[in-house]
Design a binder for this molecule. Structure first.
Ligand SMILES: Nc1ncnc2c1ncn2[C@@H]1O[C@H](COP(=O)(O)OP(=O)(O)OP(=O)(O)O)[C@@H](O)[C@H]1O
Length: 580
């Protein structure tokens, strides 16, 4: 428990002062709650001594009661203020740190960790920490401090009553530690099930069009219902286990309070305890265990918080791909693969001892059968993954020497799966180049053959497109992503099936635009279109993770290999006509 407090204080850095402040205020607030009891004690002591209650005594009593109330309100306010500002800022920082880390982890991280886990961490876990972490810590620290201070006070006030108080607390310890252990297991289990429910929801929403097209709504709905039912069962399990435990924990204090009252009564009956002391003990016995009791009720929340912090830290500790990277400014833009071998998963090599070089300002086409490794080559140039063997250099520097930002600054990419953000078309085009003017955006859109369809939209460039570009056609998305690449105007361009979703009429324009875009650039293009391949300075034929043919079109067409075959098939396909 104290470990968790230390952990939050460590993670919160300079905010820890505010958190400490909230602990102190929380403790004082609970202590000021005892001032009315002191007021009662003073009155009773005076009465017992046969003194009249003077105006001065009333003054003290009123000051204690009213002052206690005001101080409680003031310190409660300070607790809320310090807690909420520290809590919100702490979680805001954690969110930024997670975002930053996720941006720079190797793409394999998303393969090894489920999207449900990652999403649940940045949503459910961080929301939990935002809303409850400071409140939980406050209750725990107040509980611990009250326990110590109360024990000292009561022992000083009357050591016999103090011993019963301490005995009550000692008896509660085994139950508390059992609750902690149970809470640890159940919270971890519950969070795992919550992640699965988030993953099921994500999958359902993302795959909704496939689900509908195969008329599998009922089946998929039942999957998601199962996930939610499991989630509800896990929540119920926590309640089922904790309700009796919490009741037993509270019962110990109720019994201890009764023993205190009984014992105080016996002492008073034997004349060993004054009437004033008896009255104070009777009143106090109702409240002295409260902070410790509340601390116990926080057990599941403490454990949930601990598990949430575990998951946040796991992402934060994920190794950045460019941990040792430097900001390198390139003055040449040639690319070379030297004996590169790569596997997404151990034991399943995708590229095997691949070597080639791409001179600056040249065009290289990569062709080959599906699944051969073409896209993988472009991903490795952009260092989305690191190679296991060999090296890839850009401008003479190993890609592992760069920070991701400084490497990617030199590249524009248009991939098969275009992702557009839920934002205006203008901002999507400006994505890689936020300082571009509207005129520059329009110019890039014109070159990428998307100006006409954008202008035809009622909101034009200010049209907000759906998440992932869902409100646009495949071809429109592709053209916007080409406009994005054009605006960035980077010296290295990676095109993967860039014209795949464009109709033949637009393809001609787009090819012209791409020719303008790639002028004097180092271009790597994965294309199935003959026109693109034919003019390439170099064609690499990739099959089963190896470069099996290499050369210009005229050379490769002479060889009786994959390329010639590929060319012949494409030529025949080009000549196909619809039968009348
Ligand atoms: N993220 C990934 N994790 C694991 N395996 C992957 C991943 N991405 C691709 N692969 C596998 O790597 C192999 C090569 O894929 P790649 O996309 O590079 O082929 P490609 O030649 O571009 O294919 P296509 O022409 O069909 O796009 C395939 O067997 C594919 O299943």
């Amino acid at each position: 428990m104290l470990k968790i407090i230390r952990r939050v204080l460590r993670l919160s850095g300079d905010l820890s002062k505010r958190i400490w402040g909230s602990f102190v205020c929380g403790f004082l607030e609970s202590m000021f709650g005892l001032l009315p009891i002191a007021a009662v004690f003073i009155v009773l002591t005076e009465l017992q001594a046969g003194h009249p209650i003077t105006g001065q005594t009333w003054g003290i009593v009123i000051c204690l009661i009213a002052g206690g109330l005001l101080l409680r309100i003031l310190f409660k306010y300070l607790v809320y203020r310090l807690q909420s500002t520290a809590g919100f800022e702490f979680v805001a920082r954690e969110r930024i740190a997670l975002g930053d880390r996720l941006r720079n982890v190797p793409m394999g991280f998303f393969h090894d960790n489920s999207m449900g886990d990652i999403t649940a961490t940045v949503t459910t876990d961080l929301n939990f920490l935002e809303n409850y972490s400071m409140h939980i810590l406050d209750k725990v620290t107040t509980g611990v401090l009250s326990m110590i201070v109360m024990a000292a006070c009561i022992l000083t006030f009357d050591w016999r009553i103090g011993l019963i108080f301490v005995a009550g607390i000692l008896l509660s310890f085994p139950i508390y530690s059992f609750m902690q252990r149970k809470g640890k297991d159940l919270s971890a289990k519950r969070q795992k099930i919550q992640s699965e429910a988030v993953a099921a929801t994500l999958e359902y929403v993302q795959g909704i069009s496939v689900v509908k097209s195969f008329n599998m709504c009922d089946k998929n709905l039942s999957d998601i219902e199962d996930a939610y039912e499991k989630n509800a069962d896990a929540a119920y399990d926590v309640e089922r286990v904790f309700t009796p435990l919490n009741m037993t924990y509270s019962l110990v204090f109720r019994i201890a309070a009764c023993v205190i009252m009984l014992f105080a009564g016996i002492l008073a009956a034997h004349g060993d305890l004054s009437f004033a002391n008896l009255a104070v003990i009777l009143i106090a016995s109702f409240t002295i265990f409260n902070p410790i009791e509340v601390m116990g009720q926080m057990t599941t929340m403490i454990r949930t918080m601990d598990a949430a912090l575990d998951r946040v830290e796991r992402i934060k500790k994920a190794k950045k791909i460019d941990e040792d990277g430097k900001n390198i400014v390139l003055d040449s833009f040639d690319i070379a693969f030297q004996h590169v071998s790569f596997a997404y998963e151990n034991g399943n090599p995708i590229l095997k001892d691949v070597s080639f070089s791409i001179p600056q300002g040249s065009m290289t086409a990569i062709v080959g059968p599906s699944g051969g490794g073409k896209t993988t080559i472009t991903r490795l140039i952009a260092r989305f993954w690191d190679v296991q063997e060999g090296s890839i250099t850009v401008g003479g520097h190993n890609v592992k020497e760069f920070t991701c930002d400084s490497l990617l600054e030199n590249m524009s990419m248009v991939f098969q799966n275009v992702y557009l953000f839920r934002d205006t078309i203008e901002n999507n085009i400006k994505f890689g180049c936020p300082d571009a003017t509207h005129e520059q955006v329009v110019e890039a859109a014109k070159k990428a053959c998307c100006h006409d369809f954008i202008s035809a939209l009622p909101q034009g460039y200010d049209t907000v497109i759906g998440e992932g570009g869902s409100t646009l056609s495949g071809g429109e998305k592709q053209r916007i992503s080409i406009a994005r690449a054009m605006l960035k105007d980077a010296p290295i361009i990676l095109l993967d099936e860039a014209t795949a979703s464009v109709d033949p009429e637009n393809e001609v324009h787009l090819q012209q635009a791409i020719s303008a875009l790639v002028k004097n650039k180092t271009l790597i293009v994965i294309a199935h279109r003959l026109s693109t391949i034919r003019d390439a300075d170099q064609i690499l034929v990739v099959d089963n993770g190896k470069i099996v043919e290499k050369g210009v079109h005229a050379e490769l067409i002479q060889q009786k290999g994959i390329y010639q075959n590929f060319w012949n098939i494409r030529q025949r396909a080009r000549d196909w006509k619809l039968a009348k």
